[in-house]
Design a protein around this ligand. Sequence first.
Ligand code: AMP
Length: 409
Amino acid sequence: MIPRAPKGTDDILPPESERWRTALRTFDDLADRYGYQLALTPIFEHTELFARGVGEDTDVVEKQMYTFEDRGGRSLTLRPEATASVVRAHLDRGGDGILKVAYAGPMFRYEQPQAGRRRQFLQVGVEYIGEPSPEADVEVIEVGYRCLQACGIGDASVLLNSIGDPEDRVAYRDLLFRFLDQHRDDLSTEAARRIDTNPLRALDSKQDETVLEGAPVPIDHLGSAARAHHAAVEAGLRRQGIPFVADPRLVRGLDYYNRTVFEYQAASYQVAQAALGGGGRYDPLAAMLGGSDTPGVGLAMGVDRIVLAMPDVVDAPALDAFVVWTGDERLEAALVVASSLRAAGFSADLDLSGKSVRSQFRAADRRRATAAIVVGSEWDEGLVTVKRLASGEESTMTLEGTQAWLKNR
Ligand code: AMP
């Protein structure tokens, strides 16, 4: 028997993988246009990085980490997220100046799998490190929003909140504690357990929404600096034309955030796991990792969920040209034709196996090619026959001529 893929993991193969590629390319292109360079960090890190960076009392660290001992006796963990790694890497090389980076890669969390909630999932994200200005928050939120739009998720919007600075939270935490303590018996076991360890985390408990309706919320208890920052973020989002909705109980699962927190949702993607992405400002993180104070803000989006929310684009051509060849002796010519098209920037492919012309045309359809370029007997005079697969329109021309013809769709 062939071993199965582990629970909560997926094989992403064609044709579905085309949607993933679209999402990855869209994100990469946007990150590039907004000035984010590439960051590649390890897929496993010392467990301590996440215990310190993500927070001991978070679901991620408590229950979801893939932790193992390596052959040298070190405790390592498959990364559940990338922000702690990127900040660690920045601090490792001195932590000076501004770092604007984008990443894409698998993350690992031991969760109960369902659609959009996997044990290995693919995240894309950006980190803007070293910049305290609220305009950095606006830019980061914009990158994610524009990415969802460009992926065809036109009804995406931003849920926005501010959880203030750590010093604002001291007094607020007491207030919240008192409220939760009074309602202890009405809360779910999970939320009740949080009261004594991390009351803020009880606030976004979905199953306790009715009880929590009257709870004090962080945004009503911001210090003046956090309040001004939040007003500037809201003004910036309006200026950039990014729709947002205030969500006073949004706190997010990780401990390192301060001030701005946000998530992306889409009206067309309303399922149990609805957040397409999220992020926030994490000024305290560098110090939590033992570095000097370094502000930062970032976002992470789940490609698994973006792909589920993307509209169907099955009709979009996947290949510019499929090269069809006749007679054994023309394989080499077909290879030269494919290669010249590829060099000219077109996507081109062909079947090497020597199947009939009919079955090569069927393959061209399966691959959703725009055109077939036929290398037949006319090749002996230096010509090919080109055919648009949608309309059937056909003509014979030189190889050089095909490039202009292909461009002219
Ligand atoms: P988080 O780091 O938890 O804020 O996650 C950021 C984004 O990553 C979420 O909004 C999801 O889109 C995605 N994500 C987080 N956990 C999972 C998971 N287990 N499976 C699929 N996507 C996930």
